[in-house]
Design a protein around this ligand. Structure first.
Ligand code: PXG
Length: 294
């Protein structure tokens, strides 16, 4: 029998079967809320401060008050992992607008709902890291900043979900998303990078990418390894003709992408620069982060 997970819900740690939110919660009724996906490795939460900062930034952008300080939210996160006795896994922190009457107005929702799920995570099989992923460009575009800001990690993920559906229907593992200009923005839940002539490039946030935490870590790694890295506007063509391509995200970590729309990228295998970055990334995840059991 599966042991019940313990969940943080509005200040208490409760068994999964009791972790319920109202059908009147505006997070459910309108997708009105924000979230984070975080990982912990080897007893340490990876980049907890950065994820916490980002959820507070997302909340500020949508005028949502998180009823905890950043410090309290970080403590609640660590406490939830501890309660479950986990060493490696995934965290989903969600802050919704809370319960209120029908109607869009958030001003009638007196208090945000906060919950934190910590669970073990099904990784991509190691073989996916050895062979790389295939991608298809999807018809669904990343929304403009004046439509649904792609920088806000909100509960409104239908754009990404539909893009993922298209990618799967096209027989690919990931969907490449363009912005309204036809420039590369990102994938459905990952940032995208290319390598050409030894230099790494990724689209700017303004192109419709989430300001990914893993993306930031890759900038740090490249600077440390002396690999040139820059933000650059990018078209599908730039990916077709790249020497290497890789994706970054909390769930996917750093993973090569070897095909886009039936064009083989480079020699069709994870490239040397990608491999160096993956090695360094794994070292960081295993040795740095906020200790859970100290
Ligand atoms: N772009 C989008 C649209 C994302 O949702 C990333 C890029 C990568 O950002 P980070 O900060 O994780 O490097 C994300 C992150 C899931 C899941 O359950 C999705 C994400 C993170 C964790 C889990 O599919 N998205």
């Amino acid at each position: 029998m599966n042991q019940e997970l313990l969940i943080y819900l509005d200040g208490q740690i409760v068994p999964q079967s009791q972790a319920k939110v109202s059908v009147f919660d505006h997070g459910l009724l309108y997708g009105d809320g924000v979230f984070e996906g975080i990982r912990f490795y080897n007893g340490r939460v990876f980049r907890l401060e950065e994820h916490t900062r980002r959820i507070f930034d997302s909340a500020k952008s949508i005028l949502l008050t998180i009823p905890l300080t950043p410090q309290e939210l970080m403590q609640a996160t660590v406490d939830t992992i501890k309660a479950n006795g986990l060493k490696d896994g995934y965290i989903r922190t969600v802050v919704t607008r809370g319960t209120g009457p029908m109607g869009l107005s958030p001003y009638k929702c007196p208090k945000a709902t906060v919950f934190i799920i910590t669970a073990s995570i099904q990784l991509y099989p190691e073989s996916a890291y050895q062979t790389g992923l295939t991608m298809a460009t999807v018809a669904t575009r990343r929304p403009r900043h004046d439509i649904l800001p792609p920088t806000v990690k909100s509960l409104n993920y239908l754009n990404n979900v539909m893009a993922k559906v298209e990618a799967i229907q096209a027989g690919a593992e990931e969907g490449l998303m363009l912005n309204d200009q036809g420039l590369v923005a990102e994938c459905t839940g990952d940032n995208v990078f290319i390598v050409r002539d030894g230099a790494v490039a990724t689209p700017p946030i303004s192109a419709g990418a989430l300001d990914g935490i893993t993306r930031k870590v890759v900038f740090e790694i490249c600077r440390e390894l002396g690999i040139p890295i820059r933000e650059q506007e990018m078209t599908r063509h730039d990916i077709f003709v790249a020497d290497e391509c890789f994706l970054t995200g909390t769930a996917a970590e750093v993973i090569a992408a070897v095909k886009l729309d039936q064009r083989i990228i480079g020699d069709g295998k994870p490239g040397a620069v990608t491999q160096r970055i993956i090695t360094k990334f794994r070292e960081l995840t295993q040795t740095t982060g906020t200790p859970i059991y100290s």
